[in-house]
Design a binder for this molecule. Structure first.
Ligand code: SAH
Length: 349
C-alpha cells in the first residue's frame, strides 16, 4: 500500500506532483503550523492545479479525531486520538522556549513490561507512518506560541522497533527539508531493547536513540521486561558501544525507571555507571509513575536524588525526569487506559 500524503518523502511527492519545486510547496503547505483541515484544499499555492487535483483525489486524507484532551497545571497536554476506530495517545510537554511531542508507534504493545500501563491494554494494531506524523501535527498545532514544538520522542504507546519500517519513515519525514525539518538529534526513538530492530535503526537513521535499560542485572531486568531473556543487557550495551564508534555524533540516552527496593540501591547506581563504560550516553532517571494495578512503587525523592548523585559522581551526565502532568496520568498508556477500561483485544500468547 502506498504511503499516505503526510508520510511521503520529497522524492515520492516530486514523482506524484511532477517536480521537486511542487513537492517542496506541498510539504510547506502540509507542515505549516496550523490545525489539519478536514479535507484537502482544491488548490495549494505554487502547485499546478491539475497535478494537485489528481494527487488530492487519489490521496486518502484521514486526519484523526481528537476524542480526548486533558491539560495539566504544568502545561502538559495529553490527547486521545482516534484513527478510524483505534485510539492512541499523544502528549505535548512544554519546557522553556520549546515543546516536545511524545508520539505512539503502535496502538497497544506486544511487549510485557510489568511497570507499563500500555502493556495492560494488549495490542490492537501497528500505526502507519502517516498516523505517527498526524499525531505530531495535531499536537504541534496547539502548542503555545512561547514554546513551539522542536522535539519529537517516540515514547508513547508501543515498541518502535516492533514497527520499524513505519517508524523509520516517520523519523525520516520529520527531519527532511523544507518542512518540518526537525534536527536529527531532536527526534528520539525509545526502545525497550529489541536488539535486531535497534541494530537496523542505528544503521539506517541519524536520529537519537533512547534505550530503556531499567535494571543493572539480567535477573532484575528480566523480571521487569521479559524479553531481556532474549536480548540481555550485555548484548544491548555492546551494540551501543559499537554505534558510538560508527556514529560519534549521535545522541544516545539510557532511560532508567526507578522502582523502590527493586533497582534503586547504591549498588545499582554503581553498576549502572560501570556498565556504561565506553558508551557516551546520557542517563535519564524516571521515578516510576504508578497506575491503577501497578505492582511497583516509586522511590522517595531523596532516594532518587541520592541515586543521581552517585551516578554523577562517576562522571556520567544524569538527569531526573520528574513526572510531568501526573494529575492527568501522562505516563505511557494511561489516558487510553482511562478511556477504554477494557483495553484492546489481548494478543494471543
Ligand atoms: N517501548 C519503548 C517506548 C515506550 S515507553 C520503550 O520501552 O522505550 C517510554 C519510556 O517510558 C520507557 O523508558 C519506559 O521505561 C518508560 N515507562 C513506561 N512505563 C512507565 C511508568 N509507569 N513510569 C515511568 N516510566 C515508564
Amino acid at each position: 500500500m502506498a504511503p499516505r500524503f503526510p508520510a511521503l518523502d520529497l522524492d515520492e511527492l516530486a514523482a506524484a506532483l511532477g517536480g521537486p519545486a511542487r513537492a517542496r510547496r506541498a510539504l510547506r503547505w502540509l507542515y505549516a503550523e496550523r490545525a489539519l483541515p478536514e479535507a484537502l484544499p482544491d488548490v495549494v499555492p505554487g502547485v499546478a492545479a491539475a497535478a494537485w487535483s489528481r494527487f488530492a483525489r487519489a490521496a486518502e486524507w484521514r486526519p484523526p479525531r481528537v476524542v480526548g484532551r486533558q491539560a495539566s497545571a504544568d502545561g502538559t497536554t495529553k490527547y486521545a486520538l482516534d484513527f478510524a476506530g483505534t485510539t492512541v495517545e499523544t502528549v505535548r510537554i512544554p519546557s522553556t522556549g520549546r515543546s516536545t511531542v511524545c508520539v505512539s508507534s503502535q496502538a497497544g504493545c506486544t511487549r510485557r513490561c510489568v511497570f507499563c500501563a500500555t502493556q495492560t491494554l494488549g495490542f490492537a494494531r501497528q500505526l502507519r507512518a502517516d498516523e505517527i506524523l498526524a499525531q505530531f501535527l495535531v499536537a504541534r498545532a496547539e502548542a503555545p506560541a512561547t514554546a513551539p514544538v522542536r522535539n519529537v520522542v517516540f515514547m508513547g504507546m508501543g515498541e518502535p522497533m516492533d514497527n520499524l519500517d513505519e517508524v523509520l519513515r516517520a523519523a525520516r519525514v520529520l527531519t527532511q527539508g523544507p518542512a518540518p525539518q526537525l534536527r536529527a538529534r531532536s527526534v528520539t526513538v525509545s526502545t525497550s531493547g529489541v536488539l535486531p530492530g535497534m541494530a537496523r535503526f542505528l544503521r539506517e537513521s541519524d536520529a537519537s536513540l533512547a534505550l530503556s535499560l531499567n535494571a543493572t542485572t539480567d535477573a532484575t531486568r528480566a523480571a521487569l521486561m521479559p524479553h531481556d531473556r532474549v536480548w540481555p543487557i550485555a548484548a544491548l550495551l555492546d551494540l551501543l558501544r559499537d554505534d558510538a564508534r560508527a556514529h560519534p555524533r549521535r545522541l544516545t540516552f539510557v532511560e532508567y525507571v526507578l522502582f523502590a527496593g527493586v533497582n534503586d540501591g547504591d549498588a545499582d547506581a554503581d553498576r549502572l555507571a560501570a556498565l556504561l563504560d565506553g558508551i557516551p550516553a546520557r542517563v535519564n532517571l524516571i521515578p516510576h509513575n504508578p497506575f491503577p494495578g501497578s505492582p511497583l512503587v516509586a522511590p522517595s525523592a531523596a532516594r532518587v536524588l541520592a541515586f543521581q548523585a552517585r551516578v554523577v559522581a562517576r562522571g556520567r551526565r544524569c538527569m531526573v525526569r520528574w513526572p510531568r502532568g501526573r494529575e492527568i496520568a501522562a505516563a505511557c498508556g494511561q489516558l487510553v487506559l482511562a478511556e477504554h477500561a477494557d483495553g484492546f483485544a489481548a494478543v494471543p500468547a
